[in-house]
Design a protein around this ligand. Structure first.
Ligand code: NAP
Length: 255
């Protein structure tokens, strides 16, 4: 049985908590610690909760799932001995936790939003630890919830996270712009869903380089100018231009 404490009450903390709680024979969640009382209420009927970083349970693993920029200062405040302390960040080095003897990273490579359920079994869990024995503990935890546990360095994780920002964050933002274009022009965004799904599915067979289509790849300059002029926001015109430019450069043309 592995015992776990979670620091944080946001997207990742909630998803991890729900997932870990679903394996009561192999995992015991001791405590959730967070500064936000309203968010803590999500957990309080199911597990012990606290806002006191000085009063943390002696669990096998303490998972810090808070904003990247706060990991270092919160970890400095923790007074827990002989607990394996890990963070869940894709971009932050494990050494942020250096104040402690037993440290590591437990990064689930997926996008998490509250109220949107995900299946952990298919989520790659990227783990790292300073000591072999602790890596084994993280492997054990990872394998309970996922079929894909990979050991990678902080440097590799940082690169993966950069790529993930393009794959998820920027793709999602570009879809937000598409949604706005549809709203402004009173056409249905939902009609684009099959296109969006095929955009993703075809990458299972083709490389992104081979999958590209559209006016920028074809060098249809008049279409490109007309579409840029249809956009009402300057920031959207800039994104259209920059992405079209990048596509053209990739396929050997200058805009
Ligand atoms: N969301 C994802 O898709 C995703 C995926 C993989 C990994 N991650 C990583 O997981 C970590 C948490 O991300 P998240 O999406 O769960 O963030 P989130 O939903 O924004 O939640 C952040 C949590 O951190 C707390 N927090 C922020 N600043 C703090 C401070 N100075 N001291 C103490 N607590 C503080 C917040 O408390 P308040 O509510 O009081 O602000 C909240 O509980 C990050 O390292 C992120 O890189 C995120």
């Amino acid at each position: 049985m592995l015992s776990i404490s979670i620091i944080g009450t946001g997207n990742v903390a909630q998803h991890l908590f729900d997932e870990l709680m679903s394996y009561p024979k192999s995992i015991k969640v001791d405590q959730v610690i967070g500064r936000n009382l309203k968010s803590l209420s999500y957990f309080k009927d199911k597990v012990e909760t606290s806002s006191d970083y000085n009063n943390i349970s002696h669990s096998d693993i303490c998972i810090i799932a808070i904003n990247d920029d706060a990991i270092s200062s919160v970890s400095q405040q923790l007074k827990i001995n002989n607990c394996l302390i890990v963070h869940t960040s894709g971009s932050k080095a494990m050494t942020l936790l250096d104040k402690h003897k037993r440290i590591g990273v437990f990064y689930p490579l997926q996008t998490f939003s509250k109220n949107r359920k995900v299946s952990f079994k298919t989520i790659p869990i990227c783990i790292e630890s300073a000591q072999e024995a602790d890596l084994f503990v993280l492997q054990k935890l990872g394998k309970i919830i996922s079929n894909k546990v990979v050991t990678i360095t902080s440097k590799e994780r940082k690169s993966l996270h950069l790529a993930a920002v393009f794959v998820n964050n920027f793709t999602n933002h570009v879809n937000h712009i598409a949604h706005e274009v549809c709203l402004e022009n009173k056409v249905s965004y939902k009609l684009l869903h099959p296109l969006l799904l095929e955009t993703i599915h075809k990458l299972e067979e083709l490389s992104p380089l081979d999958a590209q289509t559209g006016p920028a790849k074809r060098d249809d300059q008049r279409t490109i100018e007309a579409q840029k002029n249809m956009l009402t926001k300057a920031s959207h015109k800039k994104i259209y231009h920059t992405l079209s430019q990048s596509i053209k450069e990739t396929y050997g043309e200058e805009l």
